[in-house]
Design a protein around this ligand. Structure first.
Ligand code: 6GU
Length: 227
């Protein structure tokens, strides 16, 4: 059972991604709980202020210490977090091994920045892990958090109907997934590889492995160089 709390100024952005398909099933089965918390609940005044101008000048607003500290501390009264994660383009690049590790934890708190980010003192004081989802800039951490939660959620045992299917994902063994086909066996003259129709599981397995290696060589040779 994994519980994920998410602090955000735009909770609406996180409504859709977890309400469908596999993420919905994970929650319905009681294997995953995702709770979003609007940072404005901890705003410092009646204007619902949570951000302010950066000291030293410059463009963009910074999420203030006080609302974030109060939000984190209030949530900590009822939860002991295994990790407090800040979503930021200068974090560690998210990958499948990180997803695997996070999926084994019980309680996660994810902080989504917006505008120019959050006050550095919150990062120094509370954050235990900083995650980026790639080398490009999003306008906030919410979509990145949705990516991370999806990648983690589907790895929780019992979430995928065929429990072995996460094992055959791309990246799970540093190989890309092989091509897949379904009916019809002949679509406008384009045929499904014969070996998949013959019903010899060993041959199918060998073929899929070869295809995976071939795909990885041509598309992602860098994956062979890792570890
Ligand atoms: Cl985690 N946040 C933002 N704002 N941009 C990103 C990102 C995160 N990861 C890649 N780009």
């Amino acid at each position: 059972m994994l519980t994920i709390d998410i602090i955000t100024v735009v909770p609406d952005l996180l409504e859709g991604p977890f309400s469908h398909s596999i993420m919905k099933r994970a929650q319905d089965k009681g294997l995953l709980t995702v709770r979003t918390h609007n940072l404005r609940k901890w705003a410092i005044n009646k204007h619902a202020q949570v951000d302010d101008y950066p000291f030293g000048g410059g463009a963009g607003m910074v999420l203030m210490c006080e609302p974030l500290a109060n939000a984190i501390e209030e949530l900590q009264l009822n939860n002991t977090y295994d990790a407090i994660i800040y979503m930021t383009p200068d974090g560690k690049t998210f990958d499948q091994p990180m997803a695997n590790q996070l999926s084994m934890l019980q309680n996660l708190l994810i902080i989504c920045g917006h505008y120019k980010g959050i006050d550095q003192r919150i990062r120094d004081q509370y954050i235990t892990m900083e995650i980026s989802i790639g080398d490009y800039v999003l306008s906030g951490g919410e979509l990145a958090a949705a990516v991370v939660v999806d990648a983690i959620g589907r790895l929780i045992p019992g979430v995928l109907s065929d429990e072995t299917s996460a094992l055959t994902d791309s990246f799970q063994d540093n190989l890309l997934a092989p091509p897949v086909y379904t009916r019809p066996a002949d679509f406008r003259g384009m045929k499904v590889p014969e070996i998949l129709l013959q019903g010899d599981p060993k041959k199918v397995e060998d073929w899929r492995f070869e295809q995976s290696v071939e795909r990885t060589k041509t598309r992602r040779p860098d994956l062979f160089k890792e570890d």
